[in-house]
Design a protein around this ligand. Structure first.
Ligand code: NDP
Ligand code: 2IT
Length: 451
């Protein structure tokens, strides 16, 4: 049995059901770094694998808050501080009923490597709660955020751990969290990113993840000698922060995004999506995508329960480039086969780990350009770090400066990933390239700082 198989067996034994998703993320990294471990035993001598797969700490706490009918509600809050070898812990907060320790360990683990790829001084973390903001009033969201911060503030700080948004957490929630942090600590400091612009948020942070995904895809297509996105039909899933800004940048570069989805169903508008309407429905009214067809009856709406067996309606639509931007494991092997049969050229992960391992294998064995999440969606956390820099210097950068730095960061990540893949004999495999390049960076830092 090889060393990778031995390590996987060891961790498999410890894996409980909640950790299954974490194990999926870990296994992908371990398989990629096999050639690195085999070429040099320094990482084994320093027990880097064993140290890297266990978070530095997991904070778990009760969040009690009062709803609009004066009943007490209880949720669980978490912060998984995974690794700070390269800088302060950094990563988003997710508010969604599916949040548990395993989900946050998977996201925190991925964040270590994503943050390393940006080349910026940030470690990896993730947090959140099983609180569901859907259907809650503004006041209830504010009450929940205040109660959540009452505990969380003890563990964070601008040089300690800097949370941001993720599913269910946007600038509204970050605003309330920041307000409560300030009230408790009396400190006006860059302890959270993704803040509203008026109190220290960076320009372009809301757009950064989606724009970055498109910048990365353009860079990858160029390196792989494929045609650019201009004029090409693209399929996007999700209808949240990442999906809507991916769609926006796709229009900017002259592509034609035709699909999007939410947790209840998906839209296919063959003439190109009406982005203004989508923003009105999802960002302002926080309503269902089904409303889209009231304004565009010629578009198609497919409710989730009518999706073809095991497949997703979005991925049945023929396209040049696909952008899964909703959630983990949303794109299955069946979806991958549909995309491949319809001639897809590139797949870029806007969400964190949206493609199942089987789907990824199908893409790789059919020579589809595949951009893994930890590289393709790193633009969000990169601009978060720009926000930390601006806050520390009490400065404000203009839109053009942030955009140029984001574009350059995505280009650099793409180049480094492609070059690493080539150096390790797996040219064109951006998963192995991303995992090897980022693992090396974190592991070398861990070796230099001692045990
Ligand atoms: P949002 O909460 O803004 O949007 C999530 C979207 O996905 C919503 O449209 C939601 O539908 C839809 N969705 C469909 N199925 C699910 C499901 N099972 N669970 C959760 N959402 C579902 O989140 P973001 O756009 O911020 O995040 C999307 C993905 O991108 C996540 O994987 C996140 O980790 C990743 N990401 C986010 C970054 C950021 O800066 N925000 C940075 C990097 C990655 P509905 O509207 O019905 O809820
Ligand atoms: O998954 C992610 O990279 C995020 N949710 C953004 C993290 C951040 O700190 O901006």
């Amino acid at each position: 049995m090889g060393i990778i198989e031995q390590e996987i067996r060891k961790f498999e034994k410890r894996t409980c059901e909640e950790d299954f998703i974490f194990y999926q993320a870990m296994e992908e990294v371990l398989r990629s770094i096999k050639p690195l471990l085999e070429s040099d035993d320094i990482y084994r001598r320093h027990a880097i694998l064993e140290r890297l797969v266990v978070p530095d700490r997991i904070v778990k706490f009760k969040v009690a808050w009062l709803n609009d009918t004066n009943e007490i509600e209880i949720n669980t809050g978490f912060r998984v501080q995974f690794n700070n070898a390269l800088g302060p812990y950094k990563g988003g907060l997710r508010f969604h009923p599916t949040v548990n320790e395993g989900v946050l360990k998977f996201l925190g683990f991925e964040q270590i490597f994503k943050n390393a790829l940006t080349g910026l001084p940030i470690g990896g973390a993730k947090g959140g709660s099983d609180f569901d903001p859907k259907g809650k009033s503004n006041f209830e969201v504010m009450k929940f955020c205040s109660a959540f911060m009452t505990e969380l503030h003890k563990y964070i700080g601008p040089r300690v751990d800097v949370p941001a948004g993720d599913i269910g957490v946007g600038s509204r929630e970050i605003g309330y969290l920041f307000g409560e942090y300030k009230k408790i600590t009396s400190k006006y400091e860059g302890v959270l990113t993704g803040k509203p612009f008026m109190f220290g948020g960076s320009l372009m942070r809301p757009e950064a993840t989606g724009y970055g995904v498109v910048y990365f895809t353009e860079a990858m297509l160029e390196l792989e000698n494929k045609e650019p996105l201009a004029g090409k039909v693209c399929c996007v899933s999700g209808a949240g922060n990442v999906a809507l800004h991916t769609i926006e940048k796709l229009f900017d570069v002259g592509a034609v995004p035709v699909t999007c989805s939410d947790s209840r169903g998906s839209i296919y508008d063959r003439r190109g999506l009406d982005l203004k309407l989508l923003k009105e429905i999802k960002e302002i009214r926080r309503a269902s995508l089904e409303e889209y067809i009231k304004y565009h009856p010629e578009a198609e709406y497919t409710p989730v329960d009518e999706y073809p067996d095991g497949g997703h309606a979005v991925w049945e639509v023929p396209c040049y480039a696909a952008f899964p931007c909703a959630t983990q494991n949303e794109l299955t092997e069946i979806d991958a086969q549909n995309l491949i049969q319809n001639g897809v050229v590139s797949v870029s992960e806007g969400a964190n780990m949206p493609c199942t391992p089987e789907a990824i294998n199908a893409f790789l064995s059919n020579d589809i350009c595949f951009a893994p999440a930890k590289a393709a969606n790193a633009g969000g956390v990169a601009v978060s770090e720009f926000e930390m820099s601006q806050n520390a210097a009490m400065a404000r950068w203009g839109y053009a400066k942030v955009d140029e730095k984001l574009r350059e960061t995505m280009r650099q990540i793409c180049k480094r990933v492609a070059l690493t893949a080539k150096d390790y004999g797996v040219a064109g495999n951006y998963i192995d390239g991303a995992n090897i390049a980022s693992f090396k960076k974190v592991a070398d830092a861990m070796i230099h700082e001692g045990i």
